[in-house]
Design a protein around this ligand. Sequence first.
Ligand code: NDP
Length: 335
Amino acid sequence: NRQILLDNRPQGEATLANFKLVSTETPALQDGQVLVRHHYLSLDPYMRGRMNDAKSYAACQPLGQVFQGGTVGEVVESRHPRFAVGDKVVGYGGWQEYSVVDANQPGMLKKVDTTRVPLSHYLGAVGMPGVTAWYGLNKIIAPKAGQTLTVTAASGAVGSAFGALARARGCRVVGIAGGPDKCRYVTDELGFDACIDYRQHGDVKSMSAALKAECPDGIDGHFENVGGYILDAVLLRTNAFARIALCGMIAGYDGQPLPMANPALLLINRIRLEGFIVSEHMDVWPEALAELGQLVGSGKLRPRESIAQGIESAPQAFLGLLKGKNFGKQLVKMV
Ligand code: NDP
């Protein structure tokens, strides 16, 4: 069983030297345990916060242990009555090829139906990132049909789900993403009304002009994944009583400062800005996952994936995710 451990903590930017690949035997199962062979590992931006020994919403990842994270796979051995060999499962097995799961612990392992939704999507659109989009849209932005919404990192796991959900509620939705390929995917395949390439608009003035062109009636709700000057530009275009779901600030995860140029706009426009962590709202997960499963099953949401091959590629793919090298949900396929 090959595993990736966190070997040491980053000084500034995370690097490959922070990780270590090792190989171990999987232990014999005890009663109530299940052995899962992972098919895919989920790579998520929040993992960067866990690498530091500093205050963060996610608990710090201990050194010398398997790097934690979401996984999907299949049961290959079971000493638990509710799980049988061959069951497809989503869990939290970490960066390794196999995990031994104590299936009696609530929430550790869930069986999933792969007849209409491919297994990997349970780590993306029909998993944690999808629910994140659902929560920000419905519980914070709570838009009315016809309103204009914007979202950063629009082609990504969270952003793409946000767009599909917002369109289903009859909103005009404008994405912001990096580069022409991502923007084309956002409009042509995800069905957003428009997408702005922030690389063509590298400062507040230019981005704000682009937003004005695509959002002629102003912005009623915004879902923030990145932080920095794009958020400043959005604030300039918000309508009175706009709502902002503050989901992530990936532009600052490797230690970059993210100053806010004009916080007075929050007051002037009477904006409600609310940060949230999806794992603190488990009550909405069943409803959200049901809707997301339908969107994917019916083809209304076609999530894109970036798939790195083999456990050894996980650290490199993760560093790429923090720099926007992924296109859609970043996964690692076990080979
Ligand atoms: P994505 O699939 O969106 O991948 C990350 C994307 O972020 C990249 O593709 C890139 O897109 C963009 N990006 C990366 N670095 C920068 C940068 N410096 N400036 C601008 N854009 C950048 O990841 P997820 O969908 O998994 O996550 C999106 C956000 O949601 C993250 O901020 C994450 O932390 C947050 N999140 C928060 C949760 C919560 O509970 N609050 C739960 C899950 C996710 P592009 O090339 O278009 O810039």
